[in-house]
Every structure is written in C-alpha cells, then in structure tokens.
Design a binder for this molecule. Sequence first.
Ligand code: GDP
Ligand code: MN
Length: 430
Amino acid sequence: TSYKDKAVPRMNPSANTLFWQYRRHPRWSRIFQLVPAIALVIFVIFGIFALRSNEPMKKEFVKEAVYDKSKIYTEKDFLNAYGISQTDLARIVPPSEQIGKEKATLVMLVRNRELNDALKSMREMEDRFNRKFRYPWTFLNDEPFTEDFINYTSGMASGKTSYGLINKDQWSLPHHIDQEKVQANMKTMVSKNVIYAGSMSYRHMCRYNSGFFYRHPLLADYKWYWRVEPGVEYFCDVDYDVFEYMRAHDKVYGFVMSMYEYLVTIETLWDSTKEFIRTHPQYLASDNSLDFFVDNHPPTQPGEKEITGTYNLCHFWSNFEIASLDFWRSQAYQDYFSYLDSLGGFFYERWGDAPIHSLAVGLFLPKTKIHHFGDIGYRHPPYSRCPQDVDSHRSGRCFCSRKDHFDDDGYSCLPRWWKVAGQSVGAGIK
Ligand code: GDP
Ligand code: MN
C-alpha cells in the first residue's frame, strides 16, 4: 500500500459547512444573536425619519382642512416658493419690485386732509398682506395730491405708488340734473337727519365709485383691485395672494361685511333696477343672488327673466372690495350705471355705491362668483368683523377678539348670504 492510498481525499469545505463553523465560533455567535436588535434599531431610525418627514405634510393637511383646499402659504413657504432666503429678501428684491404675480393694485380714493388715517390703513395693509406681495398702490383724488401726501404714502408703500387726479366732469353735476330739485331734496333729507344728507361731495364720491373709478387711466392695465379706505383696520395676517385666489377660483367680487342700507337714501333704486332688468333681461344671470336681496319673492318660472318682490336693503359693504375691474367694465354694468345715472338718483336721492355694486354683482353674476372673505379680519368704523374659525385664533394670525362681529345681532345680512350661497353660519372661511 502506498502512502498515497491511505491519504484522505482533500475536499474543499462547502460554504454551508463554513457557515456553521463560523456560526459556532463564540465571537460570531454573539454577533448573530444581535441581528434582531440591530434590525429593531434600523426599524426605529427609519420610523423616526418617516414620521419627521411626514410632519410638514400633516401640518399642511390641517391647514388645508381649515382653509378648504385653497393654497395657504406660511411666510417661509412663500419665500421658498420664490427661492428667496429670509436674509436675502431685502437685497434681492428692490423695495418697489412687485412679488405677487397678478395684475392688481390697492386703490384708495382719498382727500389730502385724510393723510394720517390713510397712512394707518396702509401700515396695517402692508404688515398684514402687502409686504409679502408688494402690489402697487393707486391713489385717486378730485384735487391734486399735496407733496406731503405723496411723500408720506410712497414712503409707507412697499410697492410702487401712483397718484391720479379725477376728471372734473366725473365729479360734478351732469347737465341733465335739475339743481333746484337737488337742493330741495337735500333739505328734506337733512331735516330727516339722514347721514351725509347735506353733502354734495359725498354724492360725487358715491357716483364716482359707482361709475368711474375703474375707467381711470391709472387703472387701465389692472385686472384686480383691493379697495382701501383711510382709517380702516386689518386684524389678521393674509398669508396668501388674494388676487391669485380670486383668479384661480373664478371669483369676481369679494367682501367681508354685509348689512342693510338706509331706505331714505335709495328710495327708487330697487324699482329702477327692476325696470332695467325688464328692459335688459339678457343681463340677469340664471344662478343669481335675488334671494339675498328679496325675502320670499314670488315664485319665478324657470328661465323667467324678471325680478320681483321688495328689496330687503341687504348689500355688501363696499369700503372693502377685492374685485375684478373687468366686471365693472362689462357692457352689462356700463349699461346699468348709465341708466341709473340718467335717472339722477345719485343727486335727487343719495344712492350709495355699495347697494349699486351689490345689486349688479348679485343680479348679473352667478352667485358662485361672489366670495365672502371670512378669513380677513376687518374694521371700518363703526363695524368690524373678526374671523370666526378656531384656527385663525389659535395660529396667532389675528389680533381681534373672536366675539368682535355682528353676524347674529340683526344688523348683519351675512347669515342671509350664507343661506343663499350655501355656506353654514359661522363657517366664515372660504
Ligand atoms: P363712508 O365710509 O360712507 O362714511 O364715507 P367716507 O367719508 O369714508 O368716504 C368713502 C371714501 O371716499 C373714502 O376713501 C374717502 O377718503 C373718500 N372720499 C369721500 N369724500 C371724498 C372727497 O370729497 N374727495 C376725495 N378725494 N375722496 C373722498
Ligand atoms: Mn369710509
């Protein structure tokens, strides 16, 4: 027998054998026992990451739920969206450069002597909304603005400013007006203690806001405006572009407060409006807001183009308006204004631009195009309205008291609007 015969044949140990050999080695054995623990640690780390990355989404979701799917930016989101860091904001965007993307302006009809109140309104508007968007301001006046007025207001504005003088024949008695009748009617109204009864300039102002402001050359390039008055207040941060909201949601007219007009100031306005619709039935929208203006109007036949019933005096308070200029420029509105102007009610009575604007948007537009800005806190003395939803208050967005509103004390037409527009009372959110 040779040495070779006795030799055990050499074989490579299989991978399987090696595995079990190592597995049995005490050092490796301990490591293998750790496998479940390591897996658990990895699982927990992944879990934490997953939860953390989900957190902004969760916040977003809560906001979306409260604000009903409209796009809401926090200031940080806003700067991110435009690729601007907080510290670079001032350097990158020169003070007057517009950030908001809409063709829109803040517009204020104002007298020189109202400068201080104008600045207060501007300061709040800038702090709450416009410093984030830098929309331009447009100031209109029936007299030339003083140098002081221009310097202070352009200093306060974050966007560019323009100053317009109103055409004299848009601020004087039209030729067809009987001046003696105007004087006589004014006297009667004064004796009834009607507010602004004796003021001719107030009548010019109402007529201008009804029929002319949107034709001013300074507004020609704009599609949207936000009407601002001296001495008003804005209580809440507005962290989204309201003009973009209007466009994206196909809205035409936005308001905050709604109330009753003094009947003595518009005695013949409703009948005149009825007459206008009778002669221009094509302008009456099929899904209009007649139910907002008339309580229990007689039933109309489907497709009937006539308005009936008695006006309940409800209107949108027009010292706040976020609206489309194109609507006022439309044939329907131009015809309506011309008709009303031909009747002389701006002077024989004291027709306000608020009921006129309201009746026009309420009758010529489907009600879905009218938007109640329930999330904007606003005050025009003597009334104010604070948002009613909980989140507006928890978020620290507003500085008004939640009790500060008159939604349910009988002076407000808002509950009526919610009924007509299908919003629930107190929802107050778009
Ligand atoms: P009220 O809100 O109905 O009490 O009326 P306001 O006095 O506030 O006037 C409504 C708007 O028109 C405000 O923006 C005023 O600054 C402006 N206004 C009123 N009268 C005149 C006027 O005679 N000339 C100018 N330029 N603006 C006016
Ligand atoms: Mn006012």
